[in-house]
Design a protein around this ligand. Structure first.
Ligand code: 7RM
Length: 433
């Protein structure tokens, strides 16, 4: 185990196992010859965040992964020489691997690496960096956009963002509110937003607009990338053809950067991705295809909630909630209900302006808005106002935990050690309805 010394804290080194990196680097040869690899040699193993189940070590290969991340990077971000590209992800996440390191560097691109948070020293940090380095392509996650949209607009308006040409979003569905905030205040309606859908398992971007080519629609990842063949499937394993339909998102044909196996468990790889539908890769996500053939990802299929026989879809309901002027962010989960099978439980973070409002009035207004926009079926039975939501480091809401709290089954919450904000779990539990 190589240990890099960078914060000077006390480290308990295990003899024979742990070595300081720097002395080894000092002794290393000055010129090293790159090792020639075979196309299918493993390049890296990356463990999926494990927002459900046990983490899986996804294996990516040398040639296919690099070819696909390089090609998608160049096209999805329309990278040109002299551009300065910045992806704010953590490099420990697949987004950092594919679109901070491999994709950009394989193109000889300038890629900004940032170690920090959007809120320090203040909420203008991202825009300060954009101005300073004249960033041309900016790629971040909806969770960051929502966090910044909660704050004063001065933090954005203070900086010169005129270098920006393309804005990107990744990691979860971007809700309509956040999309407009990003478009209006960061892109000044001049920079197309690429809402890029993909997974650790896919290695690279699978569904995304091509900026300045594909007209964008808020909340839609739009069209499959070149060579990608999506399919929507029903519960009986049949493909749903045509437009204005929804189903489970599968991919019909292999692509260069698909993960080749789960490290040490090929059986599980087969079971998880290739057994649900014959001759198809199953993504685990639900999606809808609109009248023009655009895809909108509606969330993980595991998160589907059936209320009185209907599946109202978590993303559209959260979208509707987030449109309420007092709401910053929300997450809904199902909990058992005698009559409806499941009822909806909403965890809602208020904006500063919402905190002084009467909570019962707010509950009524939110449910009224949902009723008008989606229908009475999507109304929330319980609404808990919270100060935060349990999230992974890549910004995904850990719904597994919220589901358990909603159904009052908190004896075993599972592993919460990978959470960005583990302390929030106790707080939500203490205040649960
Ligand atoms: C890149 C990444 C994968 C899961 C995926 C989806 C969700 C990712 C979007 C999205 C809606 C998007 N890899 N997801 N991007 N949902 N719109 N643009 O996030 O392995 O960490 O997660 O993330 O559910 O299956 S990941």
């Amino acid at each position: 185990m190589l240990v890099a010394k960078r914060i000077n804290s006390d480290i308990e080194m295990v003899p024979e196992r742990d070595y300081w990196l720097q002395p080894l680097l000092d002794d290393a040869y000055g010129d090293n010859v790159a090792e020639i690899m075979n196309a299918e040699d493993p390049l890296f193993i990356l463990y999926t965040s494990g927002s459900t189940g046990r983490p899986k070590g996804m294996v990516h290969t040398t040639a296919g992964y690099m070819v696909y991340t390089a090609y998608t990077f160049k096209n999805v971000f329309q990278y040109r020489e002299q551009d300065v590209y910045w992806c704010t992800a953590d490099i420990g996440w697949i987004t950092g691997h594919s679109y901070i390191v491999y994709g950009p560097l394989a193109n000889g691109a300038t890629t900004v690496m940032f170690e920090g948070v959007p809120s320090y020293p203040d909420y203008g940090r991202f825009w300060e960096v954009v101005q300073k380095h004249k960033v041309t392509q900016f790629y971040t996650a909806p969770t960051a956009i929502r966090a910044l949209a909660k704050e004063n607009l001065d933090y954005v308006e203070k900086y010169d963002l005129s270098s920006l040409k393309v804005l990107g979003s990744v990691g979860e569905p971007i809700n309509e509110e956040a999309w407009h905030w990003y478009n209006n205040n960061v892109g000044k309606k001049q920079s197309p937003i690429v809402d890029t859908w993909w997974q650790t398992e896919t290695g690279g971007i699978m569904i995304s607009p091509i900026p300045y080519v594909t007209p964008t629609t808020p909340t839609y990842a739009t069209l499959p990338f070149i060579g990608i063949q999506p399919a929507l499937m029903d519960e009986n394993g049949k493909e749903i053809k045509g437009n204005q339909v929804d189903g489970r998102l599968c991919i019909k044909f292999p692509w260069p950067s698909m993960a080749r196996t789960i490290w040490g468990n090929h059986e599980r790889y087969r079971d998880t991705y290739f057994s649900a539908y014959e001759d198809m890769y199953f993504t685990g996500d639900g999606a809808l295809r609109d009248a023009v053939g655009y895809y909108r990802i509606t969330g993980r299929v595991d998160d589907v909630i059936i209320v009185s026989g209907h599946n109202p879809g978590t993303a559209p309901i959260e979208d509707s909630i987030n449109e309420h002027p007092a709401v910053a962010e929300s997450a809904i989960v199902g909990f058992p209900h005698d009559v409806k099978g499941n009822a909806l439980y909403g965890y809602i973070i208020l904006k500063e302006t919402g905190e002084s409002r009467d909570k019962n009035n707010l509950r009524k207004e939110i449910n009224q808005q949902i009723t008008e926009q989606i229908g009475p079926i999507a109304k929330l039975d319980k609404i808990q106002f919270v100060s935060g939501l349990p999230k992974t480091r890549s910004g995904k809401i850990m719904r597994r935990i919220l589901r358990k709290i909603a159904s009052k089954d908190t004896s075993n919450l599972g592993d919460t050690s990978t959470l960005l904000n583990p302390e929030i779990v106790q707080e939500i539990m203490d205040e649960a309805l």
